[in-house]
Design a protein around this ligand. Sequence first.
Ligand SMILES: [Ca+2]
Ligand SMILES: [Ca+2]
Length: 382
Amino acid sequence: MIEIVLLLACFCVVFIIVLAGWFLNKGEEGDECEVKSPDENGTYKLDDKGKCVLKSCASGYSKSGEMCVVTPAAPAAPAAKTYVEGDIVRITRTDGPLMLHEVMIYDETDKLISHDGGVTVTSSPTEPGWGGVERLTDFDLMNSPFHSLNSDTETFIEFKFSAAAISSASVTKKIKRIQILARTDERTAEVGGVNIEVLNGTTSVAKKSIPTWTDGYSHLIEYDPKSDAFMTTNTDGTPIKTTKIRLYNFGTDNLILAEIQVFDKAGTNIALTGTATLSTTHHPHWAANFANDGDLTNTAHSADGAGAGQSLDLDLGGEKEVAKVVVINRVDDIPTRVQMHKSVVQFFNGAALVMTTPPIPNGDKAKYEYKVGKFINRWIMT
Ligand SMILES: [Ca+2]
Ligand SMILES: [Ca+2]
């Protein structure tokens, strides 16, 4: 009898041990677990009833029942609009004449649409002997500007887009950028307060006044009608194929500089291997080759009293892709430091003039930097 009791007790002990082991190994809700045929992209966990279920899927997959399926790509967000739609660009001034060298209007693909004949340009009466609206789209950025009647105070210029210049039916354009080149002499500051407006029919879609201007700014004003802002940066663009760079001074006297640097898109200064020539020479101590010798403390100097139109040519020794030009002013502080004003850089490929920068603004600056941009770019000065 005792043997039977002992045997039952043993069974009981074994049973309790097995039961305890089962409870200890059972796992808790949230523990990872395994199923017979798991989805290879799934993670399995115990639920609140102790059942092993698909809990989540790998990145790029979503739960669908007990499977992981590829998450469908979200539809691409529509590209943000970079333009306003309009058929008229109007430039007005209420306290004096409009005096501008050039007006350049670009569409949403950065195409210059003000200079291709698809626009009719009109204005209030012009000052006798100064020429009219043709000066706004002639690519001449340096010589005589457009000038409305000096005595007039309600002046305007209007660009109206049409299928052809002779057609009266207007065409709506996607206008992304409007550039205005201010007059480059003592009346430059009068561009401050000039209004730029884009209209679609009779509805005004963008309008802003040019801020108070000083001669020390880049002469190029850029208005972005979509963001309703004036741009103060310059823009990277495709390098321009060039065989010769000409620094040309439309000012009244000498051309004097410490250095001209010409960079390719890799950032190499290719001016250092070019050949510099001045239109006139002043003295062997200020020779042309000092403009591209890498020394920023010496000076190239055209002849004193040689007059306006002095130039420095830099032959690049073959066709090069130019991305940026930097002109370094002479390092002393005599008054001729400001004579860089109204110099432009012209890019030649063989005999062809392929691009001209706007004039360098007034002011005694150490360095003038011009990137070859998608459009006519600004001078950045330091
Ligand atoms: Ca012009
Ligand atoms: Ca030098």
